[in-house]
Ligand binder design. Sequence first.
Ligand SMILES: Cc1cc2nc3c(=O)[nH]c(=O)nc-3n(C[C@H](O)[C@H](O)[C@H](O)COP(=O)(O)O)c2cc1C
Length: 160
Amino acid sequence: MKSLVVFYSLEGNTKLIANIIAEKLNADILELMPEKVYFNSGFKKFLWGGKSVIFKEKPKLKNNEINIEDYKNIFIGTPIWVGTYAPPFNTFLDMYNIQNKNIGLFACHGGGGASKFFKNVKKKIPNNNFIGEIDFFEPIKNDKDENIEKAIKWIDKIIM
Ligand SMILES: Cc1cc2nc3c(=O)[nH]c(=O)nc-3n(C[C@H](O)[C@H](O)[C@H](O)COP(=O)(O)O)c2cc1C
């Protein structure tokens, strides 16, 4: 069963976890790359990113198309923006017909948690088997090694 880790990351936290998961599973990895990059510092970071969530933008992606049917397990990783997934996933989740997959959800956040992200993905792509969900509080800044260990243990638990 082939696995895919698809993620977006503005500041590297979600990328850190995505790489650990992909390595552990020997999975293909897809980093969503908006054509127009989001500001990654200062006030504009929150302003433009926040506006993009609120207006439900679907930023154009630079990525080549993939064949989603190649994969049985799909891991979806995002930073939490305004409580939910970052807008590159508005584009991704509309591009592909994701059904009958095993789905794992992971998120990095600044302390607010990820429950709305989990709920929103399940609502957006309901016809799947959701095998696990996990969140990390800015793992680069907050005990990186412990967070890496947490990601590995999570994979061990959900993939037999
Ligand atoms: C536009 C924007 C909105 C954010 N909204 C939230 C939020 O609602 N709750 C939260 O806990 N963190 C929020 N954050 C913080 C990020 O989720 C957090 O820093 C995360 O670790 C970043 O992951 P990344 O390094 O993969 O981009 C927000 C960050 C940005 C840029």
